[in-house]
Design a protein around this ligand. Structure first.
Ligand code: ADP
Ligand code: ADP
Length: 224
C-alpha cells in the first residue's frame, strides 16, 4: 500500500480556496512531481502531505496513521525523523558552517557532535560539496547552498523528502545538478521524493507527474 495518501483535500485561507478536492498517493521510494500553474494549490498540497498545514476536510495518512488525528508533538516528531525538507532558498542557518547546518537535524535527535558532523561530512561529499564543509552559507554559491540543503534533508535518512521549488533560484545547469544528486541519493536510501515545480525539465527527473489545477489533482498517465 502507499506510504503517504492524501484523499479529497479541501483547504481555504479565509475566503480563498486553495484545495478543492486534491488526492495523491505516494509509494515508498518513488519520485513524484507536483506541477501546475502558479496559485493552483501545489504548495498547499505539499504542506498538507507534510503535516505542516491541516486541511479543512479530507485525510492525510502516513504509514496508515491519520496525521490530523495526531497530537502536535507526535506530528512534529514525525516531521523531524521521517521527513526531510528542501525549500527554494536553502534556508540554511547563516551563523553555522555548512557541515554544522547538515549536522543540525542529527543534533536535534541527540546524536553526539563528532558523530553528527562525521555523518554530515559524508553527506556533503555525496552531494559533491565536501569542499564547503567549513564555510558559512554566505560564502558559497547558490548551487552549492542548495546541495548543502539537500544533504541536510537526507542526513536523517527520511522516508519522504519534500522539496518545494528546490531549483527555483538556480540557473538550469545548477538546477539539473541538484535534481540529479537529489534523486540519486533518494534512490540509494530508498526515500520517496515529493517535489513541487513548474519546470518541465525538473519534473523530468520524477517517476510520475501529478497536475494540480484550481485546487484539484489530475494524474497524468505515463506516455511510455
Ligand atoms: P501554488 O503553490 O500552486 O502557487 P499555493 O498552494 O501557494 O499555490 O496557493 C493556492 C492559493 O492559496 C492561492 O490563491 C494563494 O494565494 C492562496 N494561499 C496560499 N497560502 C496562503 C496563505 N498562507 N494565506 C492566504 N492565502 C494563501
Ligand atoms: P557551483 O557552480 O559549483 O555552484 P561556482 O562556480 O558558482 O560554484 O562558485 C565557485 C566558488 O566561488 C565557490 O566555491 C564559492 O566559494 C564562490 N562563490 C560563488 N558564488 C558565490 C556567492 N554568491 N557568494 C560567495 N561566494 C561565491
Amino acid at each position: 500500500s502507499p506510504l503517504l495518501v492524501a484523499a479529497d483535500l479541501h483547504k481555504s485561507y479565509g475566503p480563498t480556496p486553495a484545495l478543492e478536492g486534491a488526492s495523491l498517493a505516494v509509494w515508498a521510494g518513488e519520485v513524484v512531481a507536483i506541477m501546475g500553474p502558479s496559485g493552483s494549490g501545489k504548495s498547499t498540497l505539499l504542506h498538507c502531505l507534510a503535516g505542516i498545514v491541516v486541511p479543512d476536510s479530507g485525510q492525510v495518512r502516513y504509514d496508515g496513521r491519520e496525521l490530523s488525528g495526531m497530537p502536535d508533538a507526535a506530528r512534529s516528531a514525525l516531521r523531524r525523523t521521517r521527513f526531510g525538507f528542501v525549500f527554494q532558498f536553502g534556508q540554511l542557518v547563516p551563523e553555522l558552517t555548512c557541515v554544522e547546518n547538515v549536522a543540525l537535524p542529527l543534533r536535534l535527535e541527540r546524536v553526539p557532535r563528532r558523530e553528527a558532523e562525521r555523518r554530515a561530512a559524508q553527506w556533503l561529499d555525496r552531494l559533491e560539496v565536501g569542499d564547503v564543509a567549513g564555510k558559512r552559507p554566505g560564502e558559497v554559491s547558490g548551487g552549492q547552498g542548495q546541495r548543502v540543503a539537500v544533504a541536510r534533508a537526507l542526513v536523517t535518512t527520511p522516508q519522504v523528502v519534500f522539496a518545494d521549488e528546490p531549483t527555483g533560484a538556480l540557473d538550469s545547469l545548477n538546477g539539473e545538478r541538484v535534481m540529479r544528486l537529489l534523486t540519486a541519493a533518494a534512490r540509494e536510501t530508498g526515500a520517496a521524493v515529493v517535489l513541487v515545480t513548474h519546470e518541465p525539465r525538473v519534473a523530468g527527473y520524477s517517476d510520475r507527474e501529478v497536475v494540480v489545477r484550481d485546487g484539484r489533482t489530475r494524474d497524468l498517465e505515463r506516455t511510455w
